[in-house]
Design a protein around this ligand. Structure first.
Ligand SMILES: *Cc1c(COP(=O)(O)O)cnc(C)c1O
Length: 462
């Protein structure tokens, strides 16, 4: 789906006065007293107290915006979405340049069977994380202009983040990236995307799970010795500068789906792991995007759906599945969601559902058989999540009977050919993935111990 471009920006005179008067402040989820600006929140990643930065308030699109948003190109929607969060820190003209160079691809909303699919895999690493990572890399380059001390970014990845961040920051001057990934738990293609670039990107294969990688990054970021030697930051979905730009594709999808509908907002199903994506969706909804509700679909790592049904938040050890980018037992962004919403509010806005590997495989086969469409395992979790809620015996089925329903397709099926191909044959390989497959992996294997990471970082800095 493409959209005519009628107008590209909302003049400041149409914005509510309030929005012009302050720069957005960000505070830690663990301490509401100390706030920082966008640059500080983005560049430090994690708050000094170990919390996550959240905006002091979620801004609203100006009411007039919705006339023009529907006619805008994707970069222009991204511009209007991000602007209130970075106001006074990134000039409009720079923000325009950033979104235009970051979003050289769209987020098409396609009709498949009885629902929409929001295809988020048209970026260079073929997963939705390109949307956050490409903005973040460009924003960092701008916010650090004139700085001579190099910055080292640490990223823990369950597969897709590492590739997107590595690609986004590849050859950005003055910035070095170290990606930690669970050895043997990511696909050969993902490993090449992460560990095949070289230059300013280095890769550590950790003998452990994604949760271990995340723990090592958190510990290294907090290490006083390292902090004295180098400037450190993170680029996980815990980084607010990755999360905010993701709100834009929710708004784009909601507006585009509303074009042929009568006022009932769309229900969007989000295949979730660390819950950065869903949190961005909640931001878009609070900004005023016409979204009726969300479905949080997980694989068997169902900490969050269980929280919605029992009211108790209990993290677990993650279990390996075929939708490995969602193998998260302790979703980081829960802390952020809980900072904005109570349990009751979350229950009103989000339905939880979990899907097994067997159901995921059946869904890939069924959807391909019925429609010819290739789903990757993560997107198939989303599709099946909707099916489960639509089932007649599900008390929520009536909720979905009104208004459009969409599933976020978080990765291209060719990225997970190990699972998809034996089921339904090969999905056509996008050019960017074909290129990545030709790279050679250069990574170091380390035990899941903080001391190992610290030792390597100390050496790399020297
Ligand atoms: C990262 C990822 C997810 C999970 O997204 P979160 O923001 O961590 O919830 C789902 N699908 C794919 C393909 C991913 O790469």
């Amino acid at each position: 789906m493409t959209f005519m471009r009628l107008s590209c920006s909302i003049p400041d005179s149409q914005l509510p006065k309030k929005m012009l008067q302050y720069a957005m402040r960000y505070y830690s989820t663990r301490n509401r007293n100390n706030s920082v600006n966008f640059a500080q929140a983005a560049l430090s990643g994690l708050a000094p107290d170990g919390g996550l930065f959240v905006p002091q308030e979620i801004p609203r699109y100006p009411p007039t915006a919705f006339f023009s948003l529907g006619a805008m190109s994707y970069p222009d929607i991204a511009f209007e979405t991000i602007k209130p969060y970075v106001r006074d820190e990134i000039p409009d003209s720079t923000l325009q340049d950033i979104v235009r160079s970051a979003y050289t691809f769209d987020a098409p909303l396609v009709g498949i069977g009885d629902r929409f699919i929001l295809e988020l895999f048209h970026g260079p690493t073929a997963a939705f994380k390109d949307f956050g990572a490409r903005f973040m890399a460009r924003a960092f380059a701008y916010l650090r202009r004139g700085e001579d001390k190099p910055l080292r970014i640490l990223v823990a990845t369950s597969g897709d983040t590492g590739g997107a961040v590595a690609d986004g920051f590849f050859k950005v001057p003055g910035i070095f990236v170290t990606v930690l990934y669970p050895k043997g738990r990511i696909t050969p293609l993902q490993e090449r995307q992460i560990a095949g670039l070289g230059a300013n990107i280095s890769a550590l294969a950790v003998e452990g799970s994604f949760d271990d990688c995340q723990r090592l990054v958190k510990a290294a970021l907090a290490d006083e010795g390292l902090k004295k030697k180098m400037e450190l930051s993170s680029a996980n979905s815990i980084n607010i500068s990755r999360l905010i730009p993701q709100a834009a594709y929710y708004t784009a999808a909601a507006i585009r789906s509303a074009a042929d509908n009568t006022g009932v907002g769309i229900t969007l199903c989000v295949p979730s792991g660390n819950f950065g994506n869903l949190t961005a969706g909640l931001y878009a909804m609070k900004m005023g995007a016409p979204i009726k509700a969300f479905i949080a679909a997980t694989n068997i790592n169902k900490t969050f759906p269980d929280y919605l049904s029992t009211g108790e938040y209990q993290t677990r050890i993650s279990q390996a599945t075929i939708s490995n980018a969602m193998d998260v037992g302790a979703p980081s962004n829960f802390e952020r969601m809980a900072a904005h919403f109570s349990l009751d509010e979350m229950r009103r806005l989000i339905l939880g559902v979990s899907v097994s590997d067997e159901e995921t495989r059946e869904t890939i086969v069924k959807v391909h058989g019925e429609t010819g469409y290739f789903l990757d395992p993560h997107s198939a979790v989303g599709w099946k999540g909707v099916d489960k809620l639509l089932a007649k015996d599900n008390p929520n089925s009536r909720l979905l009977s009104e208004g459009p329903v969409g599933v976020l397709s978080t990765a291209h099926p060719a990225k997970f050919s190990e699972t998809v191909e034996p089921l339904i044959g090969p999905a056509p390989l996008p050019e960017s993935l074909a290129r990545a497959m030709k790279r050679t992996v250069q990574s170091q294997t380390i035990p899941a111990e903080v001391s190992a990471v610290i030792e390597i970082l100390n050496k790399e800095d020297a």
